[in-house]
Ligand binder design. Structure first.
Ligand code: PLP
Length: 430
């Protein structure tokens, strides 16, 4: 019979990989890999496949499919998912004790660490179940009266636009949606359009830090500073921004910020946060009512009734995994992967990219169209022939495929996608 040691000796490299996949030392491996490259520039590490192989092995994926929709939500690394399951198991022993008494209070550690990563005070950050809940708290919680105006864009997230639309019907506010070119001629063009749309009736300006449709990054600080000067409150939809590329809230200057954590932070599904600038906490109504004594307390936005502690507590492991890679290195790799497929496809005469290559304006997310082939058909062909998942974006003013790789995506997967797109561009889907 083989001992564990002799089994590893006979299986050599394959055995080593097997051990990596089944052991729970994910964070240690990420940190060890980081130490090996700590003297290198992020842009050099971006192309270091030995480093990224370590990261790829931190996930338990179905590699028979090529998942290029990490923008929807992302699989968690194994170490995060294990923590999530562990907390569920602990809770289930006696939820009223283990979940409420033991696990729930530790949400404060998560708040503190998220606030440090975002660069705000922990008393300004509420943990939510997703970006929708965070943003809707701001959208529905600000006092507005009939005739007050909200300015946003027609490329903001559908649910957020629907939320404003309900306030139009319910409260008689007015909403102005501006449009913009993809990609825009410059970042300044975006600022000019949004600022130019403000009127004396405008009370709120709501826009994306990075859009989900094409991955366009906005000049948030420039826009928020001007809005503030005019007495307009800013809600920034950062669903895709947090942990995709590094920044601090001081570089944004917004009043309210909502993000998902199950996208780029790789936290469990059902996690997000809301930032509220301290001076606005008291005047913002929570989605679910809270006691008057909590008026000034950021925790009033977490009064959501019974909910699992596992989701929000396992955010801590996701933060550790993220810190182990490092925000700069992660963003550099995501741009490297994006460039690898997008620059190759951009050479094809039938391909149109709706995303700029300028690193100030984009990161992991890009949108590509094959002229003459309906996007829905491209998506179907990619899935049927190559088992590639990408997202069809059909907007009134443009259409294309949204492609969002992640830190676990391999070069082989990226190249298979690029080759598949070349074949569709050359031969159609006929
Ligand atoms: C720009 C944008 N805002 C908000 C959301 C809502 O996020 P969640 O599903 O976490 O509520 C999404 C989701 O994809 C999004 O892309």
């Amino acid at each position: 019979m083989l001992t564990r040691r002799s089994f590893l000796q006979t299986t050599g490299t394959v055995g080593a990989v097997t051990v990596a996949a089944f052991s729970n030392d994910g964070l240690a491996r990420v940190h060890a890999a980081g130490r090996r490259v700590e003297r290198l520039e992020a842009s050099d590490v971006a192309a270091d496949e030995n480093y990224w192989r370590e990261i790829q092995q931190g996930f338990t994926l179905d590699r028979t499919i090529i998942n290029l929709n990490n923008g929807g939500c992302s699989p968690s690394p194994r170490v995060v998912h294990e923590a999530f399951k562990r907390y569920l198991d602990i809770s289930n022993q006696a939820p009223v004790y283990h979940m409420w008494q033991i696990l729930e209070p530790n949400i404060e550690s998560v708040r503190r660490r998220l606030a440090a990563e975002f660069g705000c005070d922990s008393e300004e950050l509420a943990i939510t179940r997703n970006a929708s809940e965070a943003l809707q708290t701001a959208q529905l919680g600000i006092d507005l009266k009939a005739g007050d105006e909200v300015v946003t864009t027609n490329q903001d997230y559908g649910r957020m636009l629907t939320t404003w639309d309900q306030r139009v019907r319910r409260d008689g506010i007015r909403v102005k949606q501006i449009s913009f070119q993809v990609p825009p001629p410059s970042m300044n063009d975006l600022a000019t359009r949004l600022i130019g749309a403000l009127t004396p009736a405008t009370k709120v300006l709501h826009f994306c830090h990075i859009t989900n449709l094409t991955g366009q990054i906005f000049p948030v600080k420039q826009i928020c500073d001007e809005a503030r000067r005019r007495g307009v409150k800013t809600i920034v939809d950062g669903a895709h921004a947090f942990a995709q590329f590094p920044f601090k809230v001081s570089e944004l200057g917004c009043d309210y910020y909502g993000t998902s954590l199950h996208k780029w932070l790789l936290a469990p599904i059902g996690t997000g946060f809301l930032y509220v600038r301290r001076e606005h906490i008291a005047s913002l109504w929570p989605l679910q009512p809270a006691a008057e004594a909590q008026t000034d307390n950021i925790r009033k936005f977490e009064e959501i009734g019974t909910h699992p502690a596992a989701n929000h507590n396992a955010i801590a492991e996701a933060l550790s995994f993220h810190e182990g890679i490092g925000g700069e290195r992660k963003a550099a790799r995501l741009r490297y992967l994006r460039d690898r497929w997008a620059k190759r496809l951009a050479r094809h005469p039938q391909v149109r990219l709706h995303t700029s290559f300028d690193p100030e304006q984009s990161c992991a997310i890009a949108n590509v169209q094959i002229s003459g082939v309906p996007t829905g058909k491209v998506v179907t062909r990619l899935w049927d022939r190559w088992r590639i998942i990408a997202t069809p974006i059909v907007h009134a003013e443009f259409e294309g495929l949204r492609v969002t790789p992640n830190v676990y995506t391999t070069l082989e997967e990226i190249d298979t996608f690029a080759a598949a797109m070349e074949e569709i561009a050359a031969k159609g889907v006929g």
